[in-house]
Design a protein around this ligand. Structure first.
Ligand code: ADP
Ligand code: MG
Length: 307
């Protein structure tokens, strides 16, 4: 998954459980990565239509549900755009608008059809599960560790955290959320105390490049409507949920929706989740009421009203 990971667990045979967790991370990475020769995703992208394994099928089904629930903000068919901007190869560049239009013609979850375990990509589409894979993985790790009798664990997949139970002393896990403008000094935007939750963050600071000509920063969260990196009035979106896959999909989607859109979406009750948002200039942090007591920050804080 191209990032640092850590697995901490307590209990009987915890070391063997942690080893099994690492194997599970590698298995899922091989299944879902766009590069992996052995996985279904690569096969579908290469051939345009292929039988996919049941596990990938279930993930794609959930991705499609998040696509419709978020009004299209979450869209696994952004692959042609990820390629065009160089995020898949590392050869970053700012495309011409004609190239964006051509890539956009190949984007849209409506181009996917899934029948009897066969995934077909219409219109030269391609899929990238990068917006959901880490959350899915941490969900699986919780199940695996629980089934091995572990009652206390915390995994971090590139800063996306999911905790099982509480700390070994019974107190809540304390997850620090990276401050988008102070990450080099290791400062946090805030700390959230949780038990049995995923705490997953999206922000423009994670993978990006600066265009030499304009000095403008381009990042890897793509607005599927414009074809450009999302011009968000948020710098960081953290979703807190029992479900890792939901938290991962919605952190990406709410970043694209922006402050008002994310709040409206939360209020709509379309999905049940809690969130912590930071404004694009870093001046203000917003938190949903249910998290307020468990969240501490030195930033100016506003509790989002139920509306
Ligand atoms: P990270 O993986 O760095 O924590 P995200 O969860 O926000 O960050 O996922 C960003 C990744 O999701 C991108 O690298 C890309 O693979 C994919 N992606 C980008 N834009 C979208 C989008 N609009 N919908 C779904 N996936 C996306
Ligand atoms: Mg995500």
């Amino acid at each position: 998954m191209d990032t640092y990971m850590s697995v901490v667990c307590y209990g009987k045979d915890s070391e063997a459980a942690a080893e099994a967790a690492i194997e599970e991370i590698e298995r899922i990475d091989a299944l879902l990565s766009i590069e992996s020769e052995s996985g279904s995703v690569r096969r579908v992208n290469d051939t345009g239509s292929a039988a996919i394994d049941r596990e990938t099928e279930l993930i794609v089904e959930q991705a499609l549900a998040f696509h419709s629930s978020t009004g299209g903000a979450f869209d696994i068919t952004v692959l042609p755009l990820m390629e065009l901007w160089g995020f898949t190869s590392g050869n970053f560049r700012v495309p011409e608008s004609g190239e964006i239009d051509a890539a956009l013609d190949r984007v849209g979850s409506g181009k996917l059809s899934l029948t009897n375990g066969v995934l077909s990509l219409g219109g030269a589409a391609g899929i990238d599960l990068g917006g959901i894979a880490k959350g899915y993985t941490s969900d699986r790790l919780m199940e695996l560790l629980r089934s091995r009798g572990i009652e206390s664990a915390c995994v971090s997949l590139g800063g996306n955290v999911q905790c099982l139970g509480s700390k070994s002393n019974g107190s809540a896990w304390r997850c620090g959320i990276v401050h988008p403008f102070k990450k080099d000094s290791g400062e946090y935007l805030g700390i959230i105390a949780v038990k049995d939750k995923a705490v997953i963050t999206s922000g423009a600071y994670e993978r990006n490049f600066t265009d030499k000509a304009s000095g403008k920063l381009y990042h890897h969260i793509i607005d599927p409507k414009s074809g450009y990196p999302a011009e968000s009035d948020l710098s960081s979106v953290t979703i807190v949920s029992q479900s890792g896959i939901l938290a991962d999909a919605l952190s990406t989607a709410c970043y694209i929706m922006g402050l008002e859109g994310a709040i409206e979406y939360w209020r709509s009750g379309a999905q049940s989740f809690e969130m912590i948002l930071m404004s694009s200039d870093g001046s203000k942090v917003y938190v949903t009421p249910a998290l307020a007591d468990a969240f501490s920050t030195d930033c100016m804080l506003e509790i989002i009203s139920q509306g």
